[in-house]
Design a protein around this ligand. Structure first.
Ligand SMILES: Cc1cc2nc3c(=O)[nH]c(=O)nc-3n(C[C@H](O)[C@H](O)[C@H](O)COP(=O)(O)OP(=O)(O)OC[C@H]3O[C@@H](n4cnc5c(N)ncnc54)[C@H](O)[C@@H]3O)c2cc1C
Length: 456
């Protein structure tokens, strides 16, 4: 979580502190005393050097008059005592290595989940420079235009798609160059999946055989369909990612835009990679993107070392159970297509014995797991909304000089992974904090299915 505090006094930093500076401090900043006793003054303190915190610190220091203190609880992403980058952070294929230990990872756990047979779920989160973006799967997904228009309706005035898209572009340097949707010269390098792996190719073909469209750019005009995913990887990262193809579909007729997401893997990942794979296999990670179960998170104690109490209330609504049942059925249909025939063996999970709705639901309750995108605990909204924590300028309601800028302020979760939207939030918040006029786009076209009377 990133809190931005305006004008803060640093007494004795117990955390890894990066001083990001323009020139020396501004007169209105509070005086601060460093651990060596030196006086220091900051215009901003950014707490947490994760996806949002790093973007904010970088943008705020574009003005050389600003002096920013960036505090991070975790270590740097280099080998101790050297400038060598840690392979665990900088090699895309190393994702699971970081999920198996706590060097760069808070290793949170949820409360036991009644909707998941009482299981306690593992919630890895980054505790390192770069935050969760340093251990994430590097999939770059923005969500659907309608998600942001919904944010505006939910009270986040000025956060509709027209006002968010320019900040997605501003952050991005896409290898395919700039267009209406893609950015060309931002700091975040993004490339398009392009492997020749036969399983990825077969998966895309199978999805089309099942009647779904191929989409050229799931972050551009058309999210709906299957295609090559964008990734926050650029040449020289050394190793390829596993997640290069995926898709977005509507679960049933009447759903206006995709609510189910697929990540295809030409390999097996069991229990976040903590259990060694047992055989050659392929799998999809499939899930509903607009879950209706609502949870909460709160401090366990006043001790900052204690992990918070995390209660997601997974599968506490009938709608979520039904949606995940659909996920299983729709996935089986794609996997049954001819394109995958030459690779197909027996179904490992759920297994061919799992057929009835009751059996599928039992499988889901026994096996479903987190896909790493918790959000909305400090939702942005109007001051009149009793569930809002920050206003549309990201200011904490009722507290002076304190903002929250990170994945937690989404008014509702977007239809996709959260790293790109979090970076967009920080880009836009930086302009808000600097008092700059908001960027916006006029009339950007968005794909609509020909009919909502059918599911595909
Ligand atoms: C395993 C995993 C895989 C993921 N895969 C993807 C993916 O492929 N694509 C995608 O889009 N998203 C993915 N995500 C989600 C995405 O990475 C996060 O939603 C995003 O990084 C959140 O950004 P943030 O700035 O809100 O928080 P974070 O990036 O988590 O940053 C929070 C930072 O604050 C620090 N911090 C916390 N408390 C304190 C404190 N008291 N003092 C100082 N510092 C503190 C933390 O150590 C951390 O560095 C994944 C997440 C995980 C965990």
């Amino acid at each position: 979580m990133r809190w931005v505090l305006r004008s803060w006094r640093l007494v004795r930093p117990g955390l890894d502190a990066a001083l990001v500076r323009g020139t020396l401090g501004r007169p209105q900043g509070s005086r601060a005393v460093g651990s060596a006793g030196a006086s220091t003054e900051f215009s901003y303190v950014v707490v947490g050097a994760g996806s949002a915190g790093c973007v904010l610190a970088a943008r705020l220091t574009e003005d050389p008059a600003e002096r920013v203190l960036l505090l991070e609880a975790g270590p740097r992403d280099v080998w101790a005592g050297s400038k060598r980058l840690s392979w665990k952070i900088h090699m895309p294929a190393a994702l699971v290595a970081n999920l198996c230990d706590d060097r760069y990872n808070w290793c949170y756990h949820t409360e036991p989940q009644p909707g998941l047979d009482g299981r306690v779920l593992y919630w890895p989160r980054g505790r390192v420079w770069g935050g969760s973006s340093s251990l994430n799967a590097m999939v770059y997904v923005r969500g659907h235009a309608d998600d942001y228009d919904r944010w505006q309706r939910q009270g986040a005035q000025g956060w509709d798609y027209a006002h968010c898209l320019p900040y997605f572009r501003k952050a991005q340097a896409h290898e395919l160059g700039a267009d209406t949707y893609r950015g060309g010269d931002g700091p975040l390098r993004v490339s398009r999946g392009k492997t020749n792996h036969p399983l990825h190719l077969a998966f895309l073909e199978a999805a089309q055989q099942a009647g779904y469209p191929f989409t050229e750019d799931m972050n551009g005009f058309q999210q709906e369909g299957f295609g090559w995913m964008d990734m926050t990887i650029h040449e020289g990262d050394g190793a390829t990612a596993h997640l290069e193809t995926g898709g977005f579909i509507r679960s049933q007729p009447g759903v206006p835009h995709p609510d189910i997401q697929f990540h295809f893997l030409p390999s097996q990942v069991i229990d976040h990679g903590r259990v060694p794979t047992q055989q050659e296999a392929y799998q999809v990670h499939v899930g509903t993107m607009r879950g209706t179960s609502v949870g909460w998170l709160r401090l366990k104690s006043a001790n900052p070392q204690d992990h918070p109490v995390i209660q997601p209330n997974y599968l506490s609504t009938e709608a979520d159970i039904k949606d995940l049942r659909l996920c299983v059925k729709l996935t089986r249909e794609i996997f049954a297509q001819d394109a995958l025939a030459r690779f197909r063996g027996e179904e490992l999970q759920p297994g061919s014995h799992v057929q009835s709705d009751g059996e599928i639901d039992a499988f889901v309750r026994a096996k479903a797991d987190s896909a790493y995108h918790p959000s909305c605990t400090c939702k942005m909204g109007q001051p009149s909304d009793p569930t809002a924590v920050v206003d549309p300028q990201t200011r904490v309601l009722g507290v002076d000089n304190l903002r929250v800028v990170d994945a937690s302020i989404m008014p509702s979760v977007v239809s996709g992974n959260l790293n790109a939207p979090t970076i967009m939030i920080a880009e836009k918040a930086a302009d808000i904090i600097k008092g700059r006029p908001a960027l916006w786009d006029k009339d950007v076209p968005v794909y609509r299915p020909k009919t909502l009377a059918t599911q595909r």
